[in-house]
Write a protein of this length. Structure first.
Length: 298
Protein backbone atom coordinates (compact mmCIF):
# COMPACT_ATOMS: atom_id res chain seq x y z
CA UNK A 1 0.00 0.00 0.00
CA UNK A 2 2.94 2.33 0.61
CA UNK A 3 4.08 1.75 -2.98
CA UNK A 4 0.59 2.52 -4.26
CA UNK A 5 0.42 5.72 -2.23
CA UNK A 6 3.83 6.78 -3.58
CA UNK A 7 2.55 6.29 -7.13
CA UNK A 8 -0.67 8.18 -6.40
CA UNK A 9 1.17 11.08 -4.77
CA UNK A 10 3.55 11.37 -7.73
CA UNK A 11 6.61 10.71 -5.57
CA UNK A 12 7.86 8.36 -8.29
CA UNK A 13 7.07 8.43 -12.00
CA UNK A 14 6.30 4.71 -12.22
CA UNK A 15 5.13 1.74 -10.20
CA UNK A 16 8.44 0.00 -10.84
CA UNK A 17 10.49 2.81 -9.29
CA UNK A 18 8.14 3.04 -6.30
CA UNK A 19 8.43 -0.71 -5.69
CA UNK A 20 12.22 -0.64 -5.99
CA UNK A 21 12.48 2.28 -3.54
CA UNK A 22 10.19 0.53 -1.06
CA UNK A 23 12.31 -2.61 -1.26
CA UNK A 24 15.50 -0.66 -0.54
CA UNK A 25 13.97 1.23 2.37
CA UNK A 26 12.30 -1.77 3.97
CA UNK A 27 15.32 -4.05 3.86
CA UNK A 28 15.36 -7.39 5.61
CA UNK A 29 15.64 -10.94 4.37
CA UNK A 30 12.46 -10.81 2.25
CA UNK A 31 12.22 -7.13 1.47
CA UNK A 32 9.78 -5.38 -0.79
CA UNK A 33 6.48 -6.40 -2.29
CA UNK A 34 6.74 -10.06 -3.30
CA UNK A 35 3.12 -11.14 -3.81
CA UNK A 36 2.44 -11.21 -7.58
CA UNK A 37 -1.09 -9.79 -7.49
CA UNK A 38 -0.08 -6.89 -5.25
CA UNK A 39 2.62 -5.91 -7.74
CA UNK A 40 0.09 -6.12 -10.56
CA UNK A 41 -2.35 -3.91 -8.65
CA UNK A 42 0.26 -1.17 -8.14
CA UNK A 43 0.98 -1.26 -11.89
CA UNK A 44 -2.74 -1.11 -12.64
CA UNK A 45 -3.08 1.94 -10.40
CA UNK A 46 -0.31 3.66 -12.33
CA UNK A 47 -2.01 2.74 -15.61
CA UNK A 48 -5.32 4.20 -14.44
CA UNK A 49 -3.76 7.41 -13.09
CA UNK A 50 -2.01 8.00 -16.43
CA UNK A 51 -4.81 7.18 -18.86
CA UNK A 52 -8.02 6.91 -16.81
CA UNK A 53 -10.62 4.79 -18.65
CA UNK A 54 -8.97 4.93 -22.06
CA UNK A 55 -8.50 1.41 -23.35
CA UNK A 56 -10.04 -0.23 -20.30
CA UNK A 57 -12.98 -2.58 -20.30
CA UNK A 58 -14.90 -0.50 -17.73
CA UNK A 59 -14.41 2.34 -15.26
CA UNK A 60 -12.63 0.84 -12.21
CA UNK A 61 -14.08 3.57 -9.99
CA UNK A 62 -17.58 3.19 -11.40
CA UNK A 63 -20.49 0.83 -10.71
CA UNK A 64 -19.98 -2.90 -10.63
CA UNK A 65 -20.61 -4.88 -13.82
CA UNK A 66 -21.81 -8.49 -13.87
CA UNK A 67 -19.73 -11.25 -15.44
CA UNK A 68 -19.53 -15.02 -15.15
CA UNK A 69 -16.59 -17.42 -15.35
CA UNK A 70 -16.71 -19.61 -18.44
CA UNK A 71 -13.42 -21.50 -18.72
CA UNK A 72 -9.83 -21.77 -17.51
CA UNK A 73 -6.68 -22.71 -19.35
CA UNK A 74 -3.28 -23.30 -17.79
CA UNK A 75 -0.02 -24.84 -18.75
CA UNK A 76 2.20 -26.28 -19.92
CA UNK A 77 2.90 -28.32 -16.82
CA UNK A 78 5.95 -30.36 -15.93
CA UNK A 79 3.75 -33.44 -16.08
CA UNK A 80 4.74 -33.72 -19.72
CA UNK A 81 4.92 -37.44 -20.32
CA UNK A 82 3.56 -39.62 -17.57
CA UNK A 83 6.21 -41.78 -15.99
CA UNK A 84 5.98 -45.57 -16.07
CA UNK A 85 4.30 -45.85 -12.67
CA UNK A 86 1.65 -43.21 -13.42
CA UNK A 87 1.04 -44.68 -16.87
CA UNK A 88 0.58 -48.12 -15.34
CA UNK A 89 -1.85 -46.64 -12.81
CA UNK A 90 -3.86 -45.12 -15.64
CA UNK A 91 -4.00 -48.43 -17.46
CA UNK A 92 -5.09 -50.25 -14.30
CA UNK A 93 -7.91 -47.81 -13.64
CA UNK A 94 -8.86 -47.42 -17.27
CA UNK A 95 -8.62 -43.65 -16.94
CA UNK A 96 -5.50 -42.94 -18.96
CA UNK A 97 -2.21 -41.75 -17.56
CA UNK A 98 -2.74 -38.08 -18.45
CA UNK A 99 -6.03 -37.64 -16.58
CA UNK A 100 -6.00 -34.92 -13.91
CA UNK A 101 -8.52 -33.70 -11.36
CA UNK A 102 -9.26 -29.97 -11.28
CA UNK A 103 -11.19 -27.94 -8.71
CA UNK A 104 -12.06 -24.30 -9.41
CA UNK A 105 -13.16 -21.82 -6.78
CA UNK A 106 -13.81 -18.07 -6.55
CA UNK A 107 -13.69 -15.70 -3.61
CA UNK A 108 -14.72 -12.11 -3.08
CA UNK A 109 -12.69 -9.85 -0.81
CA UNK A 110 -14.95 -10.39 2.17
CA UNK A 111 -14.54 -14.15 1.94
CA UNK A 112 -10.79 -13.94 1.36
CA UNK A 113 -10.46 -12.21 4.73
CA UNK A 114 -12.49 -15.07 6.22
CA UNK A 115 -10.26 -17.68 4.58
CA UNK A 116 -12.99 -19.30 2.54
CA UNK A 117 -14.27 -19.53 -1.01
CA UNK A 118 -17.43 -17.79 -2.08
CA UNK A 119 -18.21 -20.53 -4.58
CA UNK A 120 -16.59 -23.78 -5.68
CA UNK A 121 -17.51 -25.56 -8.89
CA UNK A 122 -18.01 -29.33 -8.97
CA UNK A 123 -14.77 -31.29 -9.37
CA UNK A 124 -13.78 -31.96 -12.98
CA UNK A 125 -11.56 -34.58 -14.58
CA UNK A 126 -9.79 -33.54 -17.76
CA UNK A 127 -6.91 -34.84 -19.83
CA UNK A 128 -3.69 -33.03 -20.51
CA UNK A 129 -3.29 -32.31 -24.20
CA UNK A 130 -0.11 -33.17 -26.10
CA UNK A 131 1.48 -29.92 -24.91
CA UNK A 132 0.60 -30.69 -21.28
CA UNK A 133 -1.99 -27.90 -21.11
CA UNK A 134 -5.24 -28.11 -19.16
CA UNK A 135 -8.38 -26.58 -20.67
CA UNK A 136 -11.66 -26.82 -18.75
CA UNK A 137 -15.10 -25.31 -19.29
CA UNK A 138 -16.74 -24.74 -15.92
CA UNK A 139 -20.10 -26.43 -15.29
CA UNK A 140 -23.28 -24.42 -15.70
CA UNK A 141 -24.88 -22.85 -12.67
CA UNK A 142 -21.92 -20.80 -11.52
CA UNK A 143 -22.24 -17.39 -9.88
CA UNK A 144 -23.00 -14.13 -11.62
CA UNK A 145 -20.18 -11.97 -10.29
CA UNK A 146 -21.04 -8.38 -9.52
CA UNK A 147 -17.89 -7.50 -7.66
CA UNK A 148 -15.36 -5.56 -9.73
CA UNK A 149 -12.64 -8.02 -8.74
CA UNK A 150 -12.12 -11.41 -7.16
CA UNK A 151 -9.74 -14.26 -6.48
CA UNK A 152 -9.66 -17.30 -8.75
CA UNK A 153 -8.30 -20.48 -7.15
CA UNK A 154 -7.46 -23.58 -9.20
CA UNK A 155 -6.38 -26.85 -7.56
CA UNK A 156 -5.12 -29.67 -9.76
CA UNK A 157 -3.98 -33.20 -8.89
CA UNK A 158 -3.06 -36.42 -10.65
CA UNK A 159 -5.59 -39.18 -9.81
CA UNK A 160 -4.35 -42.48 -8.46
CA UNK A 161 -5.58 -46.00 -7.80
CA UNK A 162 -6.02 -47.01 -4.16
CA UNK A 163 -2.83 -49.07 -4.06
CA UNK A 164 -0.68 -46.05 -4.94
CA UNK A 165 -1.60 -44.09 -1.83
CA UNK A 166 -1.64 -40.31 -1.96
CA UNK A 167 -1.47 -38.17 -5.10
CA UNK A 168 2.14 -37.70 -6.09
CA UNK A 169 1.61 -34.31 -7.72
CA UNK A 170 -0.64 -31.43 -6.65
CA UNK A 171 -0.72 -27.75 -7.48
CA UNK A 172 -2.74 -24.86 -6.07
CA UNK A 173 -2.72 -21.69 -8.15
CA UNK A 174 -4.23 -18.30 -7.30
CA UNK A 175 -4.82 -15.28 -9.51
CA UNK A 176 -6.79 -12.10 -8.79
CA UNK A 177 -8.72 -10.45 -11.60
CA UNK A 178 -10.31 -7.00 -12.03
CA UNK A 179 -13.16 -6.48 -14.48
CA UNK A 180 -11.81 -3.19 -15.83
CA UNK A 181 -8.47 -4.76 -16.78
CA UNK A 182 -9.86 -7.83 -18.52
CA UNK A 183 -9.48 -7.69 -22.29
CA UNK A 184 -12.13 -8.58 -24.83
CA UNK A 185 -11.70 -11.62 -27.04
CA UNK A 186 -13.61 -12.84 -30.04
CA UNK A 187 -15.93 -15.80 -29.38
CA UNK A 188 -14.99 -19.17 -30.87
CA UNK A 189 -16.01 -19.29 -34.49
CA UNK A 190 -15.86 -15.53 -34.82
CA UNK A 191 -19.62 -15.14 -34.75
CA UNK A 192 -21.49 -12.97 -32.28
CA UNK A 193 -25.05 -14.33 -32.32
CA UNK A 194 -26.87 -14.00 -29.04
CA UNK A 195 -23.96 -15.12 -26.87
CA UNK A 196 -22.52 -12.51 -24.50
CA UNK A 197 -19.14 -10.93 -25.23
CA UNK A 198 -16.10 -12.66 -23.76
CA UNK A 199 -13.50 -11.19 -21.41
CA UNK A 200 -10.16 -12.70 -20.55
CA UNK A 201 -7.38 -12.50 -17.98
CA UNK A 202 -4.09 -13.89 -19.22
CA UNK A 203 -1.03 -13.83 -16.96
CA UNK A 204 2.44 -15.40 -17.21
CA UNK A 205 4.02 -17.65 -14.62
CA UNK A 206 5.61 -14.81 -12.66
CA UNK A 207 2.18 -13.39 -11.76
CA UNK A 208 0.65 -16.67 -10.55
CA UNK A 209 0.69 -17.19 -6.77
CA UNK A 210 1.86 -20.75 -6.26
CA UNK A 211 4.43 -20.58 -9.05
CA UNK A 212 6.10 -17.17 -8.56
CA UNK A 213 8.87 -18.68 -6.43
CA UNK A 214 9.72 -21.20 -9.14
CA UNK A 215 11.27 -18.74 -11.60
CA UNK A 216 14.85 -19.99 -11.30
CA UNK A 217 14.73 -23.78 -11.48
CA UNK A 218 11.27 -24.19 -13.05
CA UNK A 219 10.56 -27.40 -11.19
CA UNK A 220 6.79 -26.87 -10.85
CA UNK A 221 6.15 -25.54 -14.34
CA UNK A 222 8.25 -24.48 -17.33
CA UNK A 223 9.14 -20.87 -18.05
CA UNK A 224 6.44 -20.47 -20.72
CA UNK A 225 3.58 -21.38 -18.33
CA UNK A 226 0.48 -19.19 -18.65
CA UNK A 227 -2.75 -18.93 -16.68
CA UNK A 228 -5.87 -17.79 -18.53
CA UNK A 229 -9.51 -17.44 -17.52
CA UNK A 230 -12.40 -16.46 -19.76
CA UNK A 231 -15.53 -14.69 -18.53
CA UNK A 232 -18.88 -13.92 -20.10
CA UNK A 233 -19.56 -10.19 -19.97
CA UNK A 234 -23.14 -9.81 -18.75
CA UNK A 235 -22.86 -6.07 -18.21
CA UNK A 236 -23.81 -4.53 -21.51
CA UNK A 237 -26.09 -2.46 -19.32
CA UNK A 238 -24.89 -1.80 -15.80
CA UNK A 239 -27.27 -3.42 -13.36
CA UNK A 240 -26.76 -0.89 -10.62
CA UNK A 241 -27.75 2.77 -10.77
CA UNK A 242 -24.94 5.06 -11.86
CA UNK A 243 -23.02 6.01 -8.76
CA UNK A 244 -21.30 9.32 -8.27
CA UNK A 245 -18.37 9.23 -10.65
CA UNK A 246 -14.91 9.89 -9.29
CA UNK A 247 -12.56 11.80 -11.55
CA UNK A 248 -9.44 10.97 -9.53
CA UNK A 249 -8.34 8.23 -7.19
CA UNK A 250 -9.66 8.92 -3.70
CA UNK A 251 -7.12 9.09 -0.88
CA UNK A 252 -9.89 7.80 1.36
CA UNK A 253 -10.29 4.75 -0.87
CA UNK A 254 -6.57 4.03 -0.70
CA UNK A 255 -6.55 4.52 3.06
CA UNK A 256 -9.53 2.20 3.44
CA UNK A 257 -7.87 -0.50 1.34
CA UNK A 258 -4.66 -0.07 3.30
CA UNK A 259 -6.51 -0.53 6.59
CA UNK A 260 -8.06 -3.72 5.24
CA UNK A 261 -4.63 -5.03 4.30
CA UNK A 262 -3.13 -4.33 7.69
CA UNK A 263 -6.02 -6.00 9.49
CA UNK A 264 -6.21 -9.13 7.37
CA UNK A 265 -3.52 -11.75 6.88
CA UNK A 266 -5.27 -14.59 5.19
CA UNK A 267 -4.80 -17.75 3.17
CA UNK A 268 -7.45 -19.50 1.11
CA UNK A 269 -9.22 -22.51 2.57
CA UNK A 270 -10.24 -25.53 0.56
CA UNK A 271 -13.51 -25.54 2.48
CA UNK A 272 -16.08 -23.61 0.47
CA UNK A 273 -19.65 -22.48 0.55
CA UNK A 274 -21.44 -24.17 -2.31
CA UNK A 275 -24.32 -22.16 -3.75
CA UNK A 276 -26.67 -22.81 -6.60
CA UNK A 277 -26.36 -20.17 -9.31
CA UNK A 278 -25.62 -17.40 -6.80
CA UNK A 279 -25.18 -13.73 -7.54
CA UNK A 280 -22.20 -12.17 -5.80
CA UNK A 281 -23.05 -8.54 -5.07
CA UNK A 282 -20.68 -5.81 -3.98
CA UNK A 283 -22.78 -4.90 -0.98
CA UNK A 284 -22.59 -8.53 0.16
CA UNK A 285 -18.82 -8.73 -0.19
CA UNK A 286 -17.20 -5.81 1.46
CA UNK A 287 -19.39 -2.98 0.20
CA UNK A 288 -19.08 -0.89 -2.95
CA UNK A 289 -16.14 1.23 -1.79
CA UNK A 290 -14.17 2.31 -4.90
CA UNK A 291 -10.85 0.51 -4.90
CA UNK A 292 -7.96 -0.13 -7.18
CA UNK A 293 -5.41 -1.18 -4.60
CA UNK A 294 -5.22 -4.81 -3.58
CA UNK A 295 -5.25 -7.72 -3.27
CA UNK A 296 -5.44 -8.29 0.43
CA UNK A 297 -3.47 -11.41 1.15
CA UNK A 298 -0.75 -13.97 0.56
Amino acid sequence: MISALLVYAGAFPSAFEALVWYEMMRGGKRSGVTIPDQIRWVAMLERWLRHKEEGLNSNPMGPCRPHRLRSVRLGPLNWSKVDTLSDLAGQCTGSGGNLVTIRIGMACREDVTRQRLTYEYPTLQVELDEDCIIEADVPAGGPTWEEMDGLLVVMIARPHPAWLGKDTKRKKLRVWWHHSFLHRVAPNGGGTGSSPPLLKVDVPKAWVSGLHKDLDKHRKAPENFKFSATFEDLGSEVVKEESERLSTTSVTAIATASALVRSSRTTESSVSRKQEAPVVYSNACGGCVPRLVGPLHN
